[in-house]
Design a protein around this ligand. Structure first.
Ligand SMILES: *[C@@H]1O[C@H](CO)[C@@H](O)[C@H](O)[C@H]1NC(C)=O
Ligand SMILES: *[C@@H]1O[C@H](CO)[C@@H](O)[C@H](O)[C@H]1NC(C)=O
Ligand SMILES: *[C@@H]1O[C@H](CO)[C@@H](O)[C@H](O)[C@H]1NC(C)=O
Ligand SMILES: [Cu+2]
Length: 339
């Protein structure tokens, strides 16, 4: 899409404006603790939401040539969406998203004065309770608002919107592609969700919410994932089952490759990252267990020394091996273990 020299020029010019600093300089003696959403005080929840709203409103500094990128958040969304086939269902899925989460958390701190730590959403708690649509994560006051509602609007992209919570009725520009999910563009639409159990619609055309497929992400599934003895088997199930189903049952902006538009993306991926960290157990064997392929066609074998693609989003090209341990290199955090 872009020539290498073009990208290099952009990377060099963005070095001057470098503002994102790594959370750690390599000596992680006092890791910050990422907590489950329910473990936060209401004050801590409000502080995270404040910062997440803030990041959506800041003007972009990168991707000047891309018309659809107008905010700091758009830069994250654009990068994830453009790289989609290079970072999903390939070996780097977990380390890439670990890097991305850290970058987002650093942005919340440096750009929006965030004082807390990235929370995670342990959806297996809601799955075990068989009460996913009523998860406290969707609370209109202390959470992220709930399902989208039909608005009666006939304007494309405005027919179904999230109408409660801190992100209600906000407009997004990088499209999730209504009416075509697979075509990305610079399309104005309201922030939306469309809870579903992948069972289609009833006779009135209303989406069937059902149980939201809780058997795909309950603690039973997670225990099966923790039972794998190798990275490839573990990640295949983690990405393919609970990770993918959470995107799919919330749907709307959470569905397509522009899913970082959905603020829950970061809490969802923090939980996916927690599952990997938990599986690793800071066990020396598992901290270096990395294998698979860099392409969907499985022609290029992955190596722990691989650089990960980031387009213009960062100043330093991250290397997989620096993202294996959450308490070493550029990282310095740990997770509470809610389940
Ligand atoms: C890393 O950071 C710690 C804590 O701020 C500091 O004490 C230490 O000197 C730093 N080390 C290097 C190599 O910069
Ligand atoms: C979102 O866009 C719609 C359609 O252009 C507009 O009517 C509405 O005022 C916008 N809302 C916000 C919060 O900017
Ligand atoms: C790490 O875990 C593996 C798999 O359970 C085990 O075989 C190995 O002995 C462990 N290594 C260390 C250093 O604890
Ligand atoms: Cu992703």
């Amino acid at each position: 899409m872009f020539s290498r020299s073009f990208l290099t020029t952009l990377l060099l010019s963005s070095l001057v404006a470098a503002r994102v600093v790594p959370a750690s300089n390599g000596s992680c003696t006092n890791p910050v603790v990422r907590k489950e959403w329910r473990e936060l005080t209401d004050g801590e929840k409000a502080e995270y939401i404040r910062a997440a709203v803030c990041l959506r409103g800041l003007p972009s500094e990168k991707y000047a040539e891309i018309e659809a990128v107008t905010t700091r958040m758009d830069e994250l969304v654009w990068t994830h969406s453009t790289l989609q086939p290079q970072i999903h269902f390939v070996a780097n899925f977990l380390p890439w998203h670990r890097w991305y989460l850290q970058l987002h958390e650093d942005l919340l701190r440096t750009e929006c004065g965030f004082k807390g730590t990235q929370p995670y959403w342990d959806w297996s708690i809601d799955a075990d309770a068989q009460n996913m649509p009523n998860s406290p994560i969707f609370d209109p006051v202390t959470g992220f608002g709930g399902d989208g509602k039909l608005t009666g609007s006939t304007v494309p992209g405005f027919g179904r919107c999230v109408v409660d919570g801190p992100f209600a009725n906000t407009n997004l520009t990088i499209a999730m592609g209504w009416p075509d999910m697979n075509v990305r563009g610079n399309r104005l639409h309201c922030f939306t969700r469309e809870f579903n159990s992948a069972e289609g619609s009833d006779e009135n055309g209303v989406t069937i919410i059902g149980d939201m497929q809780v058997t795909a992400y309950n603690s039973r599934v997670m225990n099966t994932i923790y039972g794998f003895d190798n990275f490839e088997g573990m990640v295949m199930m983690l990405e393919g089952l609970p990770h993918a189903q959470i995107h799919s049952v919330i749907f709307g902006d959470m569905g397509p490759s522009t899913s970082p538009n959905e603020p829950l993306f970061f809490l969802h991926h923090a939980n996916v990252d927690r599952a990997w960290a938990k599986w690793q157990g800071r066990n020396a064997t598992r901290l270096s267990d990395y294998s698979g392929f860099n392409d969907a066609a499985e022609t290029v074998s992955a190596s722990i020394d691989d650089e990960m693609p980031i387009l213009e989003l960062g100043e330093v090209q991250p290397i997989v091996k620096d993202y294996m341990d959450t308490q070493a290199g550029p990282l310095c955090y740990t997770y509470t273990d809610s389940t």
